[in-house]
Design a protein. Structure first.
Length: 83
């Protein structure tokens, strides 16, 4: 999914969600339109992309304790077709 132009210029990292399935996940928000985006970085291929994130998923991600976060992020990444 392509980010709107404003998001490409003003994406601000909010929460490092760790790694799962060979990918690093960082939740961020556009400073202008306030859309949430996940920065996904593949450690094996050294490539990255942005994926939009629903408010419901954002709330879940923020509430999950770190020990349980890895399994959730792996599942989320698979559902989104990232992993």
């Amino acid at each position: 999914m392509n980010q709107p132009t404003c998001c490409q210029k003003s994406w601000i990292s909010e929460l490092d969600l760790g790694s799962a399935g060979g990918f690093e996940f960082t939740l961020g928000k556009c400073d202008q339109c306030e859309s949430y985006w996940m920065h996904v970085y593949c450690t094996a291929s050294n490539t990255s992309a942005f994926k939009s994130v629903s408010l419901a998923d954002v709330e879940r991600m923020k509430l999950i304790p770190p020990p349980e976060r890895k399994a959730f992020m792996k599942s989320w990444g698979e559902e989104q077709g990232l992993i």
